[in-house]
Structures are given as C-alpha cells and as structure tokens.
Design a protein around this ligand. Structure first.
Ligand SMILES: Cc1cc2nc3c(=O)[nH]c(=O)nc-3n(C[C@H](O)[C@H](O)[C@H](O)COP(=O)(O)OP(=O)(O)OC[C@H]3O[C@@H](n4cnc5c(N)ncnc54)[C@H](O)[C@@H]3O)c2cc1C
Length: 501
C-alpha cells in the first residue's frame, strides 16, 4: 500500500519529537499532520504563534501521502453544478479561491525554497464518449460565464482518442511529500513542535482555554484545529451525519516511453485520472481512479486490475512500480466544511470534506482558519461554513448513507454469517458466528489465525472484510483496521477488541 511519494525517505530527516511524553502549553494545538495541519502550522508559526502538531501515526502517512498531487481549481465537472445550486457569484468565488490557492502554494515554494518538483501543467476533464460531450459543453459554458478563460478541445496528448475535453491552463502538479517536508522544516525552524505517534482522544473546554488529551497527557491551548481528515470528535459537530468516504486506487508505471503533457481526468464513471511524475530522475506515469464508497467490497480485478489493463493497453512494455489507495471525505452537498467546529466551540476549528481536491482546498481552509484566529475577515469563508444547517442537496447519497448505516448498525448484525470457520481459505477473511457472537477471522498465508470483534470503535457499525488490503473497513463512515485489529484510518482512533484462539 506504500505510495510513490512515501517511498522517498525525505521525511525521516525531519526534526519531529517522537511522541508526547509530558503536559505542554501552546498557543495553537493542531491535531493531524497531513497537508491541512501542516499548512495551518506553517502560516501560524510564520505569524509568530507557538504551535504544537499532534500526529497519530507519522507525518503525511494517510490521505496526503497517497494522493495524486494535482493542484488545480478544476475539480472534475463542478462549476455547472455550483452555478445551478448556489448561483454565479458563489461559483465564481469558489473558482477564484482555488486559483488563489495554486498561487499561494507556489509562493510558499518560492519563498521557502522548497524543491518539490512543482510544475505548471494544463488540466483537462475529457470524455471518450460522444453522448457525454453535452456535459462537457455545459461545464465549459458555466466556467466561461464566470469570466474564466478555459478551452474546449478535441486533442489532449493522451494516447487515445477523445470526443472532447475542457482545459484549464496554468494549473500545477508537485510531489506532495517533498512539499510537506519543506513545510515541516519551516515549522520546526520557527519553534513549532511536531509530535508523532501521538493520538488525540478528546478535547474539552476549560474557561477560555482548550485541553486536548493525548497519550495520557494534556495540551493546554487557546486554539485547537481539528485537521484529522474525518473529524474524530463526534459531539459536538455531528460530522458523521454529513459525510461519507470514497476510496480510489493508483498505480505508478514505468512505460519506457515518452509521455504526454498535462493532467487528465475522465468526466464519467469509472473515473480514470492521469498525470506524469518524477521517480529516480525518470518520468513515469500515474493512473488513478476506480473509486467506490469506502467499506463496500471490491476486488483486485476491479481496482488495480483495471488500472493495470489501461497501462498495458497503451504501454505494452510497461512495468508497474507502485500500487496504493486512499480515501477522502465527501459531504452531502459536495462542499467542504471549513471554519468553527461547532457553534458552541468558538476557538476550535475544522477543515474536512475536500472530496479528493484537498491540495488547493487545504490551502483555502488554512487561510480561512488562520484569518479566524487572527480576527481577520475572509471573503470566502461563507462558501464553506462548517456550521451550515442545510447540507442535504445530494438526496440520493443521503438515502444511501441512511440505508448503509441502518444495515451496518442493525440489520446486518442480526443476519447469520454465511461462512463457517473451516470454509475460510488461507490469506482471506470473513465474519463467522461463535456462540451467537460475530467474530472477524483472518487466516494468513501460513494459516495463522487472527480474530477480532468486527464492530467499529467509532460508532458501532458492523465492519466488512477488504480482501485487497487485508483490512476490516467500516461501510458507514470509512474507518479502517488492519487484520489484527490495529486502527489504521479515522474517524475511529481505537483498535478493535481481539480474541485469543
Ligand atoms: C486516491 C486519491 C487521490 C487524490 N488526488 C488528489 C489530487 O490529485 N489533488 C487534490 O487536490 N486532492 C487529491 N486528493 C485529496 C487529498 O489527497 C486530500 O483531500 C488531502 O490529502 C486531505 O488532507 P488532510 O490533511 O485533510 O488529511 P490527511 O492527509 O489524512 O491528514 C490527517 C492526519 O490526521 C491524523 N490523525 C487522524 N486522527 C488523529 C488523532 N485522533 N490524533 C492525531 N492525529 C490524527 C492522521 O494520521 C493523518 O496523518 C486525492 C484523494 C484520494 C483519495
């Protein structure tokens, strides 16, 4: 599951504290060291705030370490939807703030001299199907109406014919891990502290301060930023009622050929995304896509298998170098939640729901949150109001979420599992019933057995087995656990109970 980006050892040289071993006081406690937490840490430490960043695992080891690394305001086909749902001003502000974010990232890279393979590229949403062309044209019209100079094209440089594409110029790509390594250096040089292997388990208000509980110690601070990807505090906030997670897959390929220019993504489903990247000074190809709701079962054949088919079709002599996947949070109205965590927690902030476009949106979120801490007005804050009360534009997904939660919380728990212990083959897993209790069993390649209680430690949903990664995944909110019960992905942060066999 390791990504191309995390194969680089650059993060090992970062001066992190190993883990929190004492009580501390700071101005801002930032929970989560992905791109959002580190961008907030960068801006705040530059302004002279003392920051402490707590990271459950290692730096950028979750969504950000497994991203595609496109920096663009072209968030697939989005502006026709935004204009129809919220009006032209709203859509234009969304476009402008994401364009500004590209420039902000470039400014940081230049100012701090960060070598992260940043490159301006055109970005394309394409279709190969004639009957999808109308959707591309609608998007083109919506974007043009906002005064943005996009182009409708019929050639992109991809190694296959397309029916048409919409092109945004002067977008960019980078190596996200090299970028974050640069941010970490800036933070620690300005006396910011980054603690790894430090899991925040709760945050409480104490007069006008906040107390964060982590590793049996406390962090006292005036401000808290929840940058944990999926907010780990269920109450207040209730984010678990407003978002789901979607997983996508990526492969990195040595094609042994000269590659195309630009960054590309398909308009329809299944999504296919293409860009090039540098690996050992060589240009290689990244192909991504095949997304599905996290926790829903899928197979190697339908995910990596399909991406590999695409690679082999257009580059028959290619070698697959890396395979990885990750997931992102998607809100029901497709807009991120950025700002105050809840109405009752004025100095606690959140940024989440980046819907697979978190390179720009994390910069947008960091600027809004920093402005709130500094007491500055931010003209884009209204787009992403985290305490908004009418999130349900996407009725289909809302219904899906309710059905999924009801099934996983109640109905599936009542169903008898189909498999018996003896039917589980080596190197696979399943839920079985033992004395009326559900038990999750994984048998490794040598037949060694791991038994867990397959109930998510976040909100109690029944987990499902993921045969691709050998993990237990939550179909409700997307938490994931290793086959031995170790928590891997938020919003859960506790391990599963295990059984001795
Ligand atoms: C396959 C895929 C491809 C993508 N490609 C692109 C792209 O090309 N361009 C783009 O703009 N976006 C892309 N995205 C989206 C982007 O990667 C994410 O939106 C972004 O990385 C999220 O950053 P984050 O900082 O919010 O989360 P993360 O990077 O997940 O960081 C959150 C951190 O918080 C830590 N944490 C969690 N709980 C706790 C706790 N209780 N205590 C302490 N620490 C905790 C986690 O360990 C983690 O390190 C993609 C997403 C996917 C799924």
């Amino acid at each position: 599951m390791n990504s191309l980006w995390l194969s680089d050892e650059i993060l090992k040289n970062i001066d992190t504290k190993r883990e929190l071993t004492e009580n501390i006081t700071t101005d801002v406690c930032i929970i989560g060291a992905g791109i959002l937490g580190l961008t907030c840490g960068y801006y705040l430490s530059k302004l002279g705030y003392k920051v402490a960043i707590l990271e459950k695992d290692t730096i950028a080891s979750k969504a950000t370490g497994h991203t595609t690394g496109k920096i663009t305001s072209q968030h697939s086909l989005f502006y026709d939807y935004l204009t129809n749902s919220y009006g032209e001003k709203f859509a234009k502000d969304y476009l402008d703030v994401n364009e500004e974010a590209i420039q902000n990232i470039k400014n940081i890279i230049d100012e701090e001299n960060i070598n992260c393979d940043f490159k301006y590229q055109n970005s394309y949403v394409y279709t190969i199907k004639k009957d999808e062309l109308a959707t591309i044209k609608k998007e083109y019209k919506a974007v043009s109406n906002l005064g943005y100079n996009c182009e409708l094209v019929t050639k992109t440089g991809l190694p296959f014919d397309i029916a048409g594409a919409i092109c945004f110029k002067n977008q960019a790509e980078f190596n996200p891990i090299k970028y974050l390594a640069g941010l970490c250096k800036c933070i620690t040089n300005r006396n910011g502290e980054i603690y790894i292997n430090t899991t925040a388990v709760d945050v409480k208000m104490d007069d006008s301060d906040y107390i964060t509980y982590a590793n049996n110690h406390i962090i006292k601070s005036k401000y808290v930023i929840i940058a944990t990807h999926y907010p780990f505090l269920n109450f207040p906030g209730f984010y678990f009622t407003k978002m789901y997670q979607s997983t996508s897959y990526l492969i990195a390929v040595d094609t042994k050929k000269t590659l195309f220019k630009g960054m590309h993504i398909s308009a329809g489903v299944p999504t296919l995304s293409f860009r090039t990247a540098l690996y050992s000074n060589k240009e290689i190809l990244l192909i991504g896509g095949m997304d599905h709701k996290t926790g829903q079962s899928s197979s190697y054949k339908d995910t990596y298998g399909k991406l590999e088919e695409v690679a082999k079709k257009y580059y028959p002599n290619s070698d697959i170098l890396f395979r990885w996947n990750t997931r992102d949070c998607i809100s029901l109205d497709k807009l991120p939640y950025i700002g105050t965590y809840s109405t009752g927690t004025p100095n606690m902030f959140v940024g989440t729901g980046f819907k697979k476009w978190g390179m720009t949106l994390s910069n947008v979120a960091a600027n809004i949150i920093v402005d709130k801490i500094c007491g500055n007005y931010n003209k884009y804050e209204y787009l992403f109001k985290s305490t908004r009360l009418k999130p349900i534009k996407n009725h289909d997904e809302f219904k899906n979420m309710l059905v999924q939660s009801t099934n996983s919380l109640l109905l599936n728990k009542l169903k008898r599992p189909q498999m018996s212990f003896y039917e589980i083959a080596n190197n696979s897993g399943s839920i079985i019933e033992v004395n009326g209790q559900k038990v999750g069993i994984y048998k490794d390649a040598n037949g060694k057995i791991y038994a867990v209680k397959p109930i998510c430690t976040h909100l109690g949903c029944l987990l499902s087995w993921n045969d691709i990664d050998k993990t237990w995944d939550c179909p409700c909110h997307g938490s994931r656990f290793n086959y031995d019960g170790t928590n891997l992905y938020d919003p859960a942060f506790k391990n599963l109970d295990t059984y001795d066999l």
